[in-house]
Design a protein around this ligand. Structure first.
Ligand code: PMP
Length: 306
């Protein structure tokens, strides 16, 4: 459940939470052409709020829209300013920020080139996406029987309709008693999870699937790669199949919502000791230090203070 707050930003205005409604003919409801972002704002030790990699998330929203030919009628700065105001109006310090771009209700049919491009921003407090226990003790992964969309089928972008593929996988995994789905492409290469990127530790080296595969190259993935390099841990972006996961020493999954979550079993095979491993814990700790801004000078370009 999302707890109700005071306001939502919709098409340039701050509207009451209960009034942020759309018509049933809203094109995106029917066909899924919408784009969204997921961003986290963290309260720092001195009471400020830091929005992590804020501009890059909003720029990715514009990239998603441009890939799918949606023209946002605002600038990056206008969207950022609106989100900042919204956080203040709703008196939040730490929160999740969800901008959503969607097509209006003027015309039905697939082409609908003149439908309005509408934008909303919603903010709310969101705890650990894969659960607090998941963060601390690890989650159970299952290789999905659903393959990740090939980029020639659905170009990579954070598009609402693309998430149907993830939802099929996530529901299959949860219904079978697992926490998260790991998705292969149609060649059997591991790509990512339903809503996170994946990292594997093997003999002191860390691997992640190459960004050339059909996966969302997440901003958390990029932050983690930087952290790994700053620690001088051997690292490689590459391709691998499910066998590599089964024989891993450690696995962790990363994303804005999920942060850094250890994965301790895959298809019921225990990974390493079955507990979050040393590399995972070290990177998770560093990531939390980073997003909570224990050192403003560490990749200072990642922070946006309000
Ligand atoms: N892959 C998928 C499919 C996702 O939905 C997400 C979450 N946005 C990620 C990876 C991680 O991306 P980010 O780190 O930018 O949140």
């Amino acid at each position: 459940m999302v707890d109700k707050l005071e306001k939502i930003w919709l098409d340039g205005k701050f509207v009451n939470w209960d009034d942020a409604n759309v018509h049933i003919l809203t094109h995106t409801l029917h066909y899924g052409v919408g784009a969204f972002e997921g961003i986290r704002a963290y309260q720092t030790k001195d009471g400020k709020t830091s929005i992590f990699r804020f501009r890059e998330h909003i720029e990715r929203l514009f990239d998603s829209c441009s890939t799918y030919q949606l023209k946002i009628p605002y600038t990056v700065d206008e969207i950022m300013n609106a989100a900042v105001e919204l956080i203040k109006i709703n008196k939040l310090k730490s929160c999740y920020i969800r901008p959503l771009v969607f097509l209006g209700s003027e015309a039905m049919g697939l082409y609908a080139p003149n439908n309005s491009v509408r934008v909303s921003i919603i903010v709310w407090e969101w705890g650990a996406y894969l659960g607090k226990s998941g963060l601390e003790n690890g989650i159970k992964g299952k290789i999905s029987s659903f393959f990740r969309n090939h980029t020639s089928t659905l170009p990579k972008a954070k598009i609402s309709g693309n998430y149907i593929n993830s939802i099929l996988a996530k529901r299959e995994a949860k219904n079978a008693g697992y926490d998260e789905a790991i998705m292969m492409d149609s060649n059997g290469y591991i790509t990512e999870c339903s809503g996170e990127n994946i990292f594997v530790v093997k003999k002191g080296k860390i691997y992640t699937p190459s960004a050339g595969l059909p996966l969302l190259p997440g901003l958390t993935r990029d932050s983690v790669i930087n952290i790994i390099k700053d620690f001088n841990i051997p690292f490689e972006e590459t391709i691998f199949g499910r066998d590599f996961l089964y024989l891993a020493d450690e696995i962790f999954v990363v994303g804005t919502a999920a942060e850094i979550t250890p994965m301790t079993t895959v298809d019921d095979r225990v990974i390493g000791t079955g507990k979050p491993g040393e590399f995972t814990k070290k990177i998770q700790q560093k990531y939390f230090d980073v997003v909570n801004v224990t050192d403003e000078n560490y990749h200072s370009e990642w922070y946006y203070f309000i």
